[in-house]
Design a binder for this molecule. Structure first.
Ligand SMILES: [Zn+2]
Length: 413
């Protein structure tokens, strides 16, 4: 599918300023958004183990930024969107609350259809299903009890579902768009499966927040792009979709929740959309080096973390990590932290327990095992479900364990 790119849709001021005076990189693949050659680097983390893999194989993790449109992207071979994280991004209680709110707002009934794209989104369908609303999942990792098409989402898949299942009143795409190799094809697929007044609910890691919080752990081998509202609006507009609401969420270093409909849909723009648009423009005015200074800020943060954990090791303190998540693995490997500094990583997922974290080779244990032998320090890694770790942390604190977060800065929590 060929889609023309209207670059005038971008804000010219913010598009031009962040990437001046950067050192060109020798090989320059094309930008995934505008096709321009990529000459600038956001951050080059070198060879790192694949955080979502089971082996300790390493690959380059070089995140680039386009001089023309400022899209931040992994320019390596796309991993076809099949490696999107499968773990829940919200708790079951949050999912149920979200479902209840959306169901009432959209007046969903037994005659409606809700489609989940990717495993995380399909897991969110359970409360809809329990309320008697027909649901359908699209993704290579089916969720038990939810009817599913075992396929990566794209325009072809969307057509197949639209013909066989019908179109959606609500399409949920929770943390899946960044893993799509072709943003335009994904957006066209969304437009294909949406009923005339249907809604897309999209959740993504929010690039401006990740940059502001020095969240170098958010970059990984599997994600193709890192998105702002400006880019999402541009891509959706190309597919005949219109964003009508946007909300910043604090989880995982910063997320953006977007609601969109067809361009001619009846949903009017909500105040949150204007607020996030303005905040994106102001972010660059407040910090002109938001993009260009990120690599240096991340290097300083990594040095601080290495020194912090090195000092604790030298003092003979036993330190553990909470969460064998992809984000946590990236943070540890990005800092060169291993089993010397971190005795073990506790994770509630039984399939991870007994394994070694990729790269760092830190053993994974059940969280309950920490209660028998409380550590001196516990590091809370990103991506962990706080509903699961909260009670364990409370118990450890009572027994003298110091609990820490490492980003955006090292702090007791
Ligand atoms: Zn570009």
């Amino acid at each position: 599918m060929t889609i023309s790119i209207d670059m005038s849709a971008f804000d010219a001021d913010s598009a031009a300023s962040p990437v001046r005076n950067w050192t060109p990189v020798p090989h320059s693949p094309p930008c995934r958004l505008c096709g321009a050659r990529l000459h600038s680097t956001l951050i080059d983390l070198g060879d790192l183990p694949l955080a979502n893999g089971t082996s300790h194989r390493c690959a380059p993790l070089h995140i680039r930024i386009c001089d023309e449109c400022t899209l931040v992207q992994h320019a390596g071979e796309a991993r076809s969107g099949t490696h999107a994280p499968s773990g829940p991004s919200v708790s079951a209680a949050q999912a149920a609350n979200h479902a209840q709110t959306v169901r009432k707002r959209l007046h969903l009934t037994a005659g409606s259809l809700t489609i989940g794209i990717g495993t995380r989104s399909t897991e969110l369908l359970r409360p809809f299903q329990a309320a008697g609303i027909p649901v359908f999942g699209i993704g290579p990792a089916p969720v038990a009890g939810i009817p599913n098409l075992d396929a990566v989402f794209n325009t072809g898949t969307a057509m197949q579902v639209a013909v066989r299942q019908g179109c959606a009143d609500l399409a949920i795409a929770d943390n899946i768009l960044p893993y799509a190799p072709d943003l335009f094809d994904f957006a066209a697929g969304l437009a294909t499966i949406l009923r005339p007044n249907g809604i897309v609910s999209l959740l993504v890691p929010y690039l401006p927040a990740l940059l502001q919080g020095t969240r170098f752990d958010a970059f990984c081998h599997d994600a193709c792009t890192y998105l702002s509202l400006r880019v999402i609006e541009h891509v959706f507009r190309s597919a005949g979709l219109r964003v009508f609401d946007a909300t910043r969420l604090p989880g995982d270093g910063g997320q953006l929740h977007v609601l969109a409909c067809r361009a001619a849909g009846l949903h009017t723009a909500r105040p949150g959309l204007k607020a996030v648009r303005q905040a994106e423009r102001l972010a660059l005015l407040d910090r002109p080096d938001l993009y260009s200074g990120f690599s240096a800020r991340a290097a300083a943060a990594r040095a601080d973390i290495r020194a912090f954990l090195g000092n604790r090791y030298a003092a003979g303190r036993r330190v553990v990590a909470l969460g064998a998540t992809g984000r946590g693995i990236m943070l540890l490997n990005g800092c060169g932290i291993g089993a010397r500094e971190i005795a073990c990583a506790a994770d509630p997922d039984p399939s991870k327990q007994g394994c070694l974290l990729p790269g760092s080779r830190i053993p994974v244990v059940a969280p309950e095992s920490l209660e028998a032998n409380p550590p001196d320090d516990a590091i809370v890694l990103s991506g962990q479900d706080t509903a699961e770790t909260g009670p364990i942390l409370a118990s450890l604190r009572q027994r003298g364990t110091q609990v820490w977060a490492l980003l955006p800065r090292i702090a007791r929590v």
